[in-house]
Structures are given as C-alpha cells and as structure tokens.
Design a binder for this molecule. Structure first.
Ligand code: GLU
Length: 485
C-alpha cells in the first residue's frame, strides 16, 4: 500500500495545555494505523513556540495518553534510535538544515523590523490584498547581509516560495490536492531567537524520524504545500498525507469550549470510561462500513483503515458518548465494576458505610442495566447505602393511600416470620398479604418499594428487599409508616 517498508507514524502535539479531544482522535488514528500494520507509533513534542509553552503540559499529555491506553513505541521517556523526540532538544539539527537551504538559496535572511512588517501589513490590508511578505530582503547582497549581521541586527530565515507554481500532493482522505504557490507567503522557517518554526521543524523531523504517513487534523492542510516545497528543497521523498476531518458542534460550528468540554481530562474527571471515549472518538470521522458501533480497542485495531475516514466534518454528539459509556460499563467484568464502585464510594458521602464485597456485587448485579456511569450506582441506588431521607412526593401522592399503613404493617408482620428469606420468600409473603386485603400485588409492591427506597423506580422490589436484608427492610417499612401517615 505504501512505498515505505516500515509504517512509522507520529503524534506531534504542541504542549500548550490540555489534550483536546481532537488531539486524542489524531493520536488514536495514528496508534490504530500503526498497530494494524505492525508499524511504529511515535510521540514527538513540538515545543518550539516558546510563547505558547505551558508548564506541565508534556507530563499531562503523556499521562492522558497512558490513561487512554495509547502507548507509543518511541518518544520522550521511552527513547528510540531517532531521538531526541522533543524539538527544543534538536535546535542544532534545525540550524544545520536551515544552512542547507540558505546555501541552495531556497531560503533567505530577513532583517525587517517588526515595525516595518506591521506597516506593510496595514498597507496591504488597506488595499484589500492578502498579507504577504513583500520580499524586501530577498535582494540583499552578501555584503549587506554580513554588514547587518555584524551590527547584530536580528534576523529570521524565510523560505523562498517559487513563483507561479502549482503544488500538488496526494492525500489518502482527500485524493489529489492542489495549491497555487501564489497563495503562499515566504514563510519564516527560523526565528531570530534561533528556534525553528513549526513548518521547518515538522518537516525535518518527519524526514529524519522516517515517518511514512503524516496523519493529522485538517487545520494543517493549508500548511502542507509549504511542507511539500521543503521536501523538494531538501531533495527528500514525500510521506503519505492524511488530513482528518474537523470536529464540529451539533450546530456544525467548529468544536469549541463554549458548547461543552473539549479537554480529555474533563471527560475523565466526569467519570467517562477510557474505552467509551476511545470508541466514541474513533467514530468521529471514521466508520467501519457496517452498523457496528460498539468497539473494543482490539476491534478498532483490526477494522481501522484510513480509506474509511470521511472528508466531511464529524459532529460531536454527547448523547452517543453517554450511550457508549453505558455499553462499555455494562460489559465490564464484575470484579472490575466492584473495584470501580469501591473507588467511587470512597470518594462519596457514603465513604464510611461498611459493605462487604458480596453486598456490593449484589448491588452491581441489580443495577447493571440501569447505569451509564459508575457514580449512577451510588446516585440512582443511594438507598442501598443509606435509608431514604425523604420520599418522592409524586410517588407518595400516587401510591400512598389511607389504607397503605395497615397493609404495610401486615406485610411487615409476614416478612418478620421469615428466616433468611430468599426473593421468592418475599414474593410469596407479599402475595399472601395482597390476597388477605383483596388487592392486586402491585398495590403492595409500589408501597413497599417507596418505603424501602424512597423512590418509584429501580430494580425489582424483591431484589431490593433481598439485598437490604430482612432487618433493614423491616426497619425502613416501619419508618415509612410512621413518617408518611
Ligand atoms: N504540532 C502540531 C500540533 O500541535 C502538529 C501538527 C502535525 O501533526 O503536523 O498539532
């Protein structure tokens, strides 16, 4: 499928803060592509824009990738033969490469002051032409350049974009793409502080790290013609490109913080499972060509292909994520749910409640089909951890009649005769009591449910009674009789 013998892909974030869900998707697609083809997945930190650098962002990134299960084969902390994998540690390499371009005159030094550039920009704006460097420094003589350097005038290095050239490249997702060189600015490659810009560092590293496929977000598509030219200037072979579709809010605007969370860590803090988030993010722009929506990471690796990534923007639908979270949660083995429930309990108001594993496993069994998040076990099933503080007033109005107290008293009487009752024992006792009062068993079921749980819904009432146990159930029934009469 490719001219490259080994598939080598990279995720190349800039450490400017948290990992965006769009970044997670880029990382994931690179990871899936590498794993599927037995390739190598590289993490490279693109930290050459010192003005946007955020402390701890690299640690945070690495930790978030680790949480999501996207382990990389080469990168910071891992090492690898083609490192270092942090761009600020590669400045000498970029300098050598910029010199190569200067020598072949595909790049030139520019001494224009920020003031001059600003005036130029304003003037172009007034004339309604798109801002572009006017090449004032392109014609400087060798002597002038040396003179300026001697005076210590700060300079940048710009690439010399060829005139009237159509730049063509192939994109796995977008097919053939064309840009006219007339649209391109003489891009700064090296800043006056000796740091390369994104474009230079990115291309040099992709080449030196032997990247076979550049898989990244669509927002970088307009940079690609400059990169293609740089590959040509250096005489290097192009990698394959694949530009992933934009992520959109449901109103089709660009996915933004204003309409919801965009940081992976926010979803993590809200209790989303990594499996669900990864599954969800995988479907943002890719589809398997079938109706399947639930995927394990293993299944994603098997089925993923760049050819099935769409061009059209992908809508971020939080309901789908919630649904996937419930699906992934339900399919977790009991022991894992138990561990997660214990962790959640330790962080909750019920941290002092003592329940053994057997009790918690029963709660899990009863609630599994009713929860989307681990915390739902605690929030929707709070009555498993403490007696109801209050009773749902709407249910009281509907289900608590004048005759209910005497019926419940009788039912409590029946329950108290049972020894180590099973669910069936509760059921038989309730049926007998209903018969005595000539009412349907539903009448008593609703009343006893309200009494022991305080709410009108939930797992089967015999399950609840069985889990709470006879003594606790009786206690709650008596309390309700007292408080609701
Ligand atoms: N450093 C760029 C970013 O922050 C990388 C873009 C690319 O993958 O080329 O996304």
């Amino acid at each position: 499928m490719s001219k490259f013998k080994t598939i080598r892909v990279r995720f190349a974030p800039s450490p400017t803060g948290y990992l965006h869900v769009g970044g997670l998707r880029t990382a994931l697609y690179n990871f899936l592509f590498a794993r599927k083809h037995g390739g190598v997945f590289i993490l490279r930190i693109e930290d050459t824009d010192r003005t946007r650098y955020v402390n701890d962002a690299v640690d945070n990134l690495i930790e978030t990738l680790r949480w999501a299960g996207l382990d990389y084969d080469e990168g910071p902390e891992k090492g690898g033969t083609l490192g270092p994998y942090v761009q600020s540690q590669r400045l000498e390499i970029y300098k050598q490469h910029v010199d190569r371009l200067l020598n072949t005159r595909t790049a030139y030094r520019c001494f224009c002051t920020p003031d001059r550039l600003e005036m130029m920009r304003k003037e172009q704006e007034a004339r309604h032409i798109s801002p572009k460097y006017d090449r004032n420094c392109l014609s400087l003589s060798q002597q002038e350049i040396q003179e300026n350097a001697r005076k210590g005038i700060p300079c940048v290095v710009r690439m010399k974009i060829p005139d009237s050239l159509t730049i063509r490249f192939h994109d796995v997702i977008r097919d053939d793409v064309e840009f006219s060189s007339e649209m391109l600015d003489d891009q700064v490659l090296m800043k006056s502080d000796g740091y390369p810009t994104y474009h230079l560092a990115n291309v040099v590293d992709d080449h030196l790290m032997q990247i076979s496929h550049v898989i990244r977000g669509e927002e970088w598509l307009s940079s690609t013609p400059k990169h293609v030219l740089l590959y040509q200037f250096f005489g290097w072979e192009l990698p394959e490109f694949a530009h992933l579709p934009l992520l959109l809010n449901p109103d089709r605007s660009k996915l933004s913080k204003r309409q919801g969370d965009v940081a992976v860590e926010d979803y993590r803090a809200k209790g989303y499972l990594k499996e669900a988030l990864v599954n969800f993010v995988a479907m943002l722009g890719w589809n398997p060509g079938t109706e399947q929506e639930y995927f394990s990471l293993e299944e994603l690796i098997q089925q993923f292909s760049l050819e099935r990534v769409n061009k059209a923007g992908a809508i971020f639908n939080i309901e789908k994520l919630n649904w996937l979270n419930a699906e992934h949660l339900r399919r977790k083995p009991d022991e894992e749910l138990l561990r997660m429930l214990k962790e959640a309990l330790a962080q909750s108001n019920f941290k002092n409640a003592k329940h053994d594993d057997e009790y918690l496993l029963k709660v899990i069994f009863a609630m599994r089909e009713r929860v989307s998040f681990v915390n739902d076990f605690i929030e929707k099933g709070s009555y498993f951890f403490e007696p109801p503080n209050e009773y749902d007033q709407e249910v009281v109005r509907k289900r608590w009649k004048a005759e209910t107290p005497s019926q419940l008293k009788q039912l409590a009487e029946e329950f108290s005769k049972l020894t180590s009752p099973t669910k069936q024992d509760y059921e038989a006792a309730l049926q007998n009591t209903a018969d005595v009062f000539h009412v349907g068993n539903g009448t008593l079921i609703h009343a006893v449910r309200l009494a022991v749980s305080g709410v009108g819904g939930g797992p089967g009432v015999y399950d609840i009674l069985f889990i709470l146990g006879k003594d606790e159930s009786l206690k709650r029934m008596h309390t309700a009789i007292e408080r609701l009469t």
